[in-house]
Write a new protein. Structure first.
Length: 341
């Protein structure tokens, strides 16, 4: 069993992460620390950890980003299963034992589990625990039942999947990965590189197991990447959506998958608009960026083509956009006024 931990500029959190890995109840681990040319003390810390635990191996590489660091881990893995843990997060101490057991029991290619959100103060603020009755999906059930829920859950259902299509909240079969020569794309090429990459993997997945527990801890460390809006962000969202649609066609995914990605697309757009409104800068520049997105032909094309009976948090907002073209602009203007009051 291999655990891959990409490491970059996380000296404040690395020990917390590694303590949760070396203390796992499942002991037969290969722990790969992939130092992505970290500029802080992380390279030294990794080496010190390797000296204290023979299961740890450190790989130093030229900086190329998270996706490529994970690929380095895959290429050096010798375990029959693999999981990925971000170095500023951590996991429950029995995560690997339980996920590995589920994988063996149902001969799963992938085992998914729930997660927790941890504040910068170290407090768990939200817990997402799978509440679904079915814990094993095989054959067509993978694309028709569990994959749509991983992409964007159906909020009309009483019981929630409470999982997401992430590289970090799952265990993966190395037999499958090696068989299809699967790798991550770079986040410098496609935003949400793990989602895009996993959609490629799921085209070959025959069985998915579910562990109905919240095992992973996503930590909000109060170090957001930027308060500045980059115009290429929205362009990246469009590229991501278009490439996902091509991928859906190539893998012959059911139409429901495309609809769920429309929901994800709208969520991305709304998050970008909020980022513009709350970012630093002149109000007129913000309004200009908002207008550019509002009038963009790509957004209008997706709105016109996709069935908008999407059970998502953004559904009502999307319908408002259709009813009145300026709703989008008005919504962001209100945010701007709130920001400056």
């Amino acid at each position: 069993m291999t655990v891959v931990i990409p490491v970059y500029n996380v000296e404040k959190y690395l020990n917390r992460c590694l303590k949760s890995i070396v203390s796992q109840t499942y002991k037969n681990l290969e722990i790969l620390l992939v130092d992505d040319e970290s500029p802080d003390r992380c390279p030294e810390m990794c080496e010190n950890w390797a000296k204290s635990d023979e299961r740890i191996r450190v790989i130093h590489k030229k900086n190329a980003g998270l996706g490529m660091a994970r690929n380095t881990g895959i290429e050096n893995a010798t375990g029959n299963f693999i999981c990925f843990v971000d170095s500023d997060d951590y996991i429950e101490l029995d995560t690997i034992e339980k996920a590995y057991r589920r994988a063996i029991e149902c001969r799963a290619d992938v085992v998914y589990y729930g997660y927790n959100i941890v504040s910068a103060e170290g407090i768990v603020t939200k817990t997402y625990k799978p509440e679904i009755d079915k814990l094993v999906y095989v054959g067509e059930e993978v694309a028709e039942e569990i994959l749509p829920e991983l992409i964007s859950p159906d909020y009309s259902q009483e019981k929630k999947a409470n999982m997401m299509l992430s590289a970090c909240t799952a265990l993966f079969s190395m037999d499958l990965i090696n068989k299809i020569h699967w790798r991550f794309v770079s986040e410098r090429e496609i935003i949400s590189e793990d989602v895009y990459s996993l959609m490629n993997l799921f085209g070959h997945v025959a069985c998915v197991g579910v562990l109905p527990e919240a095992m992973y801890y996503y930590c909000q460390n109060g170090t957001s990447l930027t308060r500045a809006y980059r115009k290429d962000r929205y362009q990246g969202i469009k590229v991501f959506y278009d490439k996902i649609m091509i991928l859906c066609e190539n893998h012959r995914y059911p139409e429901m998958i495309k609809t769920r990605f429309a929901s994800a697309y709208f969520a991305f757009v709304i998050a970008t608009l909020k980022l513009i409104a709350l970012s630093e800068g002149k109000t007129l520049d913000k309004l200009s960026n908002i207008r550019a997105i509002e009038k963009d032909s790509h957004l209008k094309k997706v709105l016109s083509e996709i069935d908008l009976k999407i059970e998502s948090k953004s559904r009502k907002f999307v319908r408002l956009i259709l009813l009145k073209e300026n709703t989008l602009l008005c919504y962001l203007v209100l945010l701007l006024k709130y920001k400056h009051n």
